[in-house]
Structures are given as structure tokens and as C-alpha cells.
Design a protein around this ligand. Structure first.
Ligand code: T46
Length: 316
């Protein structure tokens, strides 16, 4: 199922609690519209549609409701009953809202303006649109790969002995090399390179233009025991244009910032700020990097491409 449960940080003190939702930070898109549904009749469900392109995050800021998501293959049910819980609903997911409590206020953040043309309000139409999309999607899959998802963008190439699970979502123009595995609750943006021998487990979210070197290891459980599953796998986020060198390990729950560079063979145990270079075991901060990947010296003007990076870098 291509969705994500989300959990927001609560900033609380004796006066009460505060949650901050920020575009491209804890909300993975630019927010163009916010709407909320309230004073609902608990006996009347809503939704019963999918969006062709729209992405949304649903948050019950008061009360509770039940959400059913259906990607055409797998149907799952979620309860939204706390303001620090969110549900990310991607495009082409049939969704229904049921069992509203009387005090329910369902707030929705959306990445685009209202457009009735974006709705598929008939389930059969939704199914045939899905089939049409997967038939017309112009991506390459090697005959020896196993591809179970419908969500692969145009011009992506998937090579031999790769297994992509039904819930995975892969953007356009990606290159997924041999002997890779992509689990269900995984998102890859556009223009991502995944070199051979990489397994991307539930909870790993990868932005656009990310490079993942050969045999990079992701983990998703900080206290693994055989046959014991956490309620929710840790979320690891690799932001746009970051690069992870060969044979590195990214410990679960960390965020690698935009344009960050991880040297080969590193073990990443902390969040990595944007435009920084880290390596070693455990990986440590070793300086700043330019958008072109070159290490910057202390005047932050790239010797390779002459870009002035002063305004972009984050001091560590
Ligand atoms: C969704 C779920 C979670 C507007 O004019 N502007 C808007 O921004 C929205 C969201 C709706 N409308 C109109 C369209 C309909 O004539 O409001 C009317 C009720 O909308 P609808 O029947 O689609 O409401 P829900 O609760 O079934 O669905 C809503 C959103 O429309 C939908 O995008 O994903 O909430």
C-alpha cells in the first residue's frame, strides 16, 4: 500500500501542546491548499474517490475517523484519532472516510488547488485508469525482474534480479540496478540512481536526484529480534540530491539532508545536515560540499564550478 502513517513532533509545556507542519520538512510537498471537514454526520461516509495527481496529508485535529485506502490491489484501514498522527495519501489511491466522531475536524493539506478534473469518483473508472496508466507508462523492466507495483514513472529503468513490492512508489527516470529489492512503504523520487546490491526496506523515503552507491545498507528497526515486528518501522529520509557512497550503512530513523555527501564505507548514525560531507564509522562531519559534489574550502566558493555557496550552507 503506497501510503505512509506519519507522526508529528509535539511541542508541549504546561500551557498545552503545539504541532508545526512545514512544507518540505515534515510535510513532503509544497502545500498549496488546506481544507477541513467538520460538523459531519457520523452515519454518512465521505470520500469514495481517488485523485489522478493530487497528494495529501490528512490529520484529525479533533475527534477521530476511519480512513480506508485502496491502491487497486491492497485495501487498508487506518484510524486517525490524535492531532500528532497524519496519513499521507498519494495520487491514485481510492480513499473513503468512515465513522466520524461528532467532534471530528479532519484537516487536509494538499499539494495543489482544487480541481474537479483530478477526481476519479467512480471505482470502475479508477481501476481502468490504473490499468491504462500502467500500460502506457513508458518504463523499462528487465525480463528477469519482479515488479509488483503499478507506480513507476516514465523512463525509469529496472534491471535484472530486482524485486519491487506492490506498495513501492518509484518516480520518473530512475535507474535501479541489478540485485536490488524495494519493499512496500518505500518512495523514490525522480532521477534516483540505485546501484547494485541495495535493499530498501519499509520506512525509507528517498527524494529526487539521489545517488545510492553499490551495496548501501538501510535498516528500519533499531532493536531487531527475529519474528518480532515494531508497531511502525523507523522512517529514514534521504532528501533531494543527496549521495550515499558505496557500502555505507544508514542507521534507521536518520535524515540525510539535501546535497549531503556520505563517503564510501561510512556508518551514518545521526541526521546529516544539507550540503555537508560525512564519512567514517561512525560517520562524522568533515566539511561542506557544493551542489556539484566538490568539497568546499572555507570561503565556500566552489573551486570546481565557481558557485558561491555561502547562502546555502548550514554551519555545523
Ligand atoms: C479528499 C477528501 C479527503 C471545493 O470546492 N473545494 C475544495 O477544496 C474541496 C476539497 C472540495 N470542494 C467541493 C467539491 C464538492 O462539490 O466541495 C464539495 C464536497 O467535496 P467532496 O464531496 O469531494 O468531499 P469529500 O469529503 O468526499 O472529499 C474531500 C476532498 O474533496 C477530497 O479531495 O481527498 O476530502
Amino acid at each position: 500500500m503506497e501510503q505512509s502513517n506519519m507522526e508529528f513532533q509535539v511541542i508541549g509545556d504546561e500551557r498545552g501542546s503545539l504541532i508545526s507542519l512545514e512544507a518540505m520538512k515534515n510535510i513532503p510537498f509544497n502545500i498549496k491548499r488546506v481544507y477541513y471537514i467538520y460538523s459531519v454526520d457520523p452515519t454518512l461516509p465521505r470520500g469514495f474517490h481517488a485523485h489522478k495527481e493530487l497528494q495529501q496529508v490528512l490529520v484529525c485535529v479533533s475527534g477521530s475517523c476511519k480512513i480506508i485506502l485502496d491502491d487497486g490491489k491492497v485495501k487498508s484501514e487506518y484510524i486517525l484519532d490524535k492531532p500528532d498522527k497524519g496519513l499521507l495519501v498519494y495520487k491514485m489511491i481510492w480513499h473513503e472516510m468512515h465513522d466520524f466522531s461528532e467532534d471530528c475536524v479532519l484537516m487536509v493539506l494538499a499539494n495543489d488547488y482544487y480541481d474537479e478534473e483530478d477526481y476519479l469518483r467512480d471505482y470502475e473508472e479508477f481501476k481502468s485508469y490504473l490499468t491504462k496508466k500502467s500500460n502506457t507508462n513508458n518504463y523499462f523492466k528487465h525480463e528477469k525482474s519482479i515488479i509488483e507495483t503499478n507506480n513507476i514513472g516514465a523512463d525509469t529503468r529496472i534491471w535484472a534480479y530486482t524485486h519491487v513490492f506492490p506498495g513501492a512508489r518509484i518516480g520518473e527516470n530512475c535507474n535501479i540496478n541489478d540485485h536490488t529489492l524495494i519493499e512496500n512503504d518505500v518512495v523514490l523520487g525522480n532521477n534516483v540512481t540505485v546501484k547494485s546490491g541495495v535493499h530498501i526496506w519499509d520506512g525509507v523515503k528517498i527524494g529526487n536526484n539521489v545517488f545510492i552507491g553499490p551495496s548501501v545498507v538501510f535498516t528500519n528497526d533499531l532493536n531487531p529480534r527475529s519474528k518480532v515486528y515494531p508497531e511502525k518501522f523507523a522512517q529514514t529520509i534521504i532528501r533531494d540530491f543527496a549521495s550515499i557512497g558505496a557500502n555505507s550503512t544508514v542507521v534507521a530513523g536518520n535524515v540525510i539532508g539535501e546535497y549531503a555527501m556520505i563517503g564510501a564505507g561510512s556508518v551514518v548514525t545521526k541526521d546529516v545536515p544539507p550540503y555537508t560531507l560525512w564519512y567514517g564509522n561512525p560517520a562524522e562531519f568533515k566539511g561542506h560540499v557544493c551542489e556539484c559534489g566538490n568539497k568546499l574550502d572555507t570561503n565556500y566558493i566552489c573551486e570546481k564550478c565557481n558557485k558561491d555557496m555561502k547562502d546555502k550552507i548550514v554551519f555545523v
